[in-house]
Ligand binder design. Structure first.
Ligand code: PGA
Length: 253
C-alpha cells in the first residue's frame, strides 16, 4: 500500500534537551495516523536511541538516521554503518540528501552502495533526488532526476525497489522559502512514477511513495500533498517548530 508520509529532517540542529522537547511536543498532539499514514523523524545520530524510545509505543511513528556509510564495517573513523543502525532498531535512513551530495561529494554510485547496505540490514532508504537551479533553468530537470534514479536505484530487483521511499527535493527550493508550485511538484512526481512504471511496471510504481521536499511549511503542505502523485513531504526548517510540524502531519491525505 502506498504510504502518505510526513518526514522531519532536523539536519544538524537542536541540543539534546531541545530535541527531547520537540519530540515530546509533537507526540503529545496525539495525532491519530491512519493505516496508510506515517510520521518519521530524521534526527542527528546521537539522538537516535532517545528518539526511537520516544516513538516506540506510537503506531506509525518512526525514526530515521540522516545518513550512513557505504561500507559494511571497518576502519572508517566517525562513520555509521547500516548494521549499527539495524542493531538500534532504526528502520529508516535518509540517503543522498542534496547537502550530502554537495558538501560531502556523494556520487550516484556511492549512493547505490548505501542503498544496498540499507536493504541488506532491513532499513528503508528515503532516497533523495532533485535538480539544481541551473538544470531547472535549462529545462532539463526530468533527464537529470531520472538519471539519479537510474544510477542509484535501477540495479535493484522489483522486490528491493518496492521497499524504497523517494523524496524529490529541487535544490533551489531547499531552505530558500521558494517552494515548487503544485504544478511543478506534480509534474515531476508523475514523471518519476512513469519512469518507475517503464522500468518496473505500473503496479510497482503505483505503490512507491514519492515525497516532496523544499520549503514545505504549515501553510502550503495541504495544497502540495493534495497533488495526486505527491505522497507527503520531507521537511527541514518547519519540522523544527512543533506547532508547524503538527500541522504538516495533519495535512497528509
Ligand atoms: P527545507 O529543507 O524544508 O528547510 O527546505 C528540506 C530538506 O532539506 O529536506
Amino acid at each position: 500500500m502506498r504510504k502518505q508520509i510526513a518526514a522531519a529532517n532536523w539536519k544538524m540542529n537542536l541540543t539534546y534537551p531541545q530535541a527531547e522537547n520537540l519530540l515530546t511536543d509533537v507526540l503529545n498532539a496525539q495525532i491519530e495516523l491512519k493505516e496508510d499514514q506515517q510520521a518519521i523523524f530524521a534526527v542527528p545520530s546521537p539522538y537516535l536511541m532517545m528518539a526511537n524510545a520516544a516513538v516506540a509505543s506510537k503506531d506509525n511513528y518512526f525514526i530515521a538516521a540522516q545518513n550512513c556509510y557505504n561500507k559494511e564495517s571497518g576502519a572508517y573513523t566517525g562513520e555509521i554503518s547500516t548494521e549499527m543502525l539495524h542493531s538500534l532498531n532504526i528502520e529508516y535512513c535518509v540517503i543522498g540528501h542534496s547537502e550530502r551530495r554537495e558538501y560531502f561529494g556523494e556520487s550516484n554510485q556511492m549512493l547505490a552502495e548505501k542503498i544496498n547496505l540499507c536493504l541488506e540490514f532491513e532499513i528503508t532508504p528515503i532516497f533523495c533526488c532533485g535538480e539544481p537551479l541551473t538544470i531547472r533553468e535549462a529545462a532539463t530537470q526530468n533527464n537529470y532526476v531520472e538519471n539519479q534514479l537510474r544510477e542509484s536505484l535501477f540495479h535493484l530487483t522489483p522486490d528491493q525497489l518496492q521497499k524504497i521511499v523517494i523524496a524529490y527535493e529541487p535544490i533551489w527550493a531547499i531552505g530558500t522559502g521558494k517552494t515548487a508550485s503544485t504544478e511543478q511538484a506534480q509534474e515531476m512526481h508523475a514523471y518519476l512514477r512513469s519512469v518507475l512504471a517503464k522500468q518496473y511496471g505500473q503496479n510497482l510504481a503505483d505503490n512507491i511513495s514519492i515525497l516532496y521536499g523544499g520549503s514545505v511549511k504549515s501553510g502550503n503542505a495541504k495544497e502540495l500533498f493534495s497533488c495526486e502523485d505527491v505522497d507527503g513531504g520531507l521537511v527541514g526548517g518547519a519540522s523544527l517548530i512543533a506547532a508547524d510540524f503538527i500541522k504538516i502531519i495533519q495535512s497528509l491525505k
